[in-house]
Design a protein around this ligand. Structure first.
Ligand code: SF4
Ligand code: SF4
Length: 180
């Protein structure tokens, strides 16, 4: 070892000890969770919910897009169609033991149904209790998008309206109207 290398090693050691020494006289910063809960950033992502339209209907149309987008395959469901033409999930399941809270399901959802909330206190001793069913996921509000109603914009025929009756939608074009 050269004299220069030796001097650099001693200097680095001294710097380390100096840092330790400075911290000996600092007030400890200990946050006593759960008594103290830090305010999370506004866009924190945790516990997932399934939201509803302003009229109370289930937003999820069981299109499987969230399930396809999920990188860990923790969403599953079964689709069905109601008598009024609305699609829905007969069952909808999320395995929170696998979820990595990436938010891709929310990005993929065309109806604003699936949303991540900042609530993160979902620890359980029994791992199977982290499998949430539709009843556990459905909430009675619209979440971040309270006024959005998919069926008022989608152009899909339901008991609530036919083609051309939705918000901002023109009536269907009569394809034979310009024939000679
Ligand atoms: S947050 Fe990510 S990992 Fe969790 S369910 Fe949605 S897509 Fe899957
Ligand atoms: S939550 Fe959204 S993306 Fe997932 S199935 Fe329902 S409508 Fe489709």
């Amino acid at each position: 070892m050269t004299v220069r290398n030796l001097w650099e090693s001693v200097a680095a050691l001294g710097e380390g000890f100096a840092t330790t020494f400075r911290h000996l006289f600092r007030r400890p910063i200990t946050e006593e969770y759960p008594e103290f809960k830090r305010t999370l950033p506004a866009r924190s992502r945790a516990r997932i919910v399934l939201t509803r339209d302003p009229d109370g209907g289930e937003r999820c149309v069981a299109c499987y897009l969230c399930s396809a987008a999920c990188p860990v395959s923790c969403i599953s469901m079964q689709s069905a169609e109601a008598a009024d033409g609305r699609r829905y999930a007969t069952w909808f399941r999320i395995n929170f033991a696998r979820c990595i809270y990436c938010g891709l399901c929310e990005e993929a959802c065309p109806t604003s149904a699936i949303q991540l909330t900042p609530f993160f206190e979902t620890c359980e001793r029994e791992i199977l209790s982290l499998v949430y069913e539709k009843e556990d996921l459905l909430v009675d509000h619209g979440g971040k998008d309270p006024d959005y109603n998919f069926y008022r914009h989608c152009g899909i025929v339901t008991a609530a309206g036919g083609k051309g009756t939705h918000a901002g939608e023109a009536p269907p074009v009569n394809l034979t109207s310009n024939l000679p």
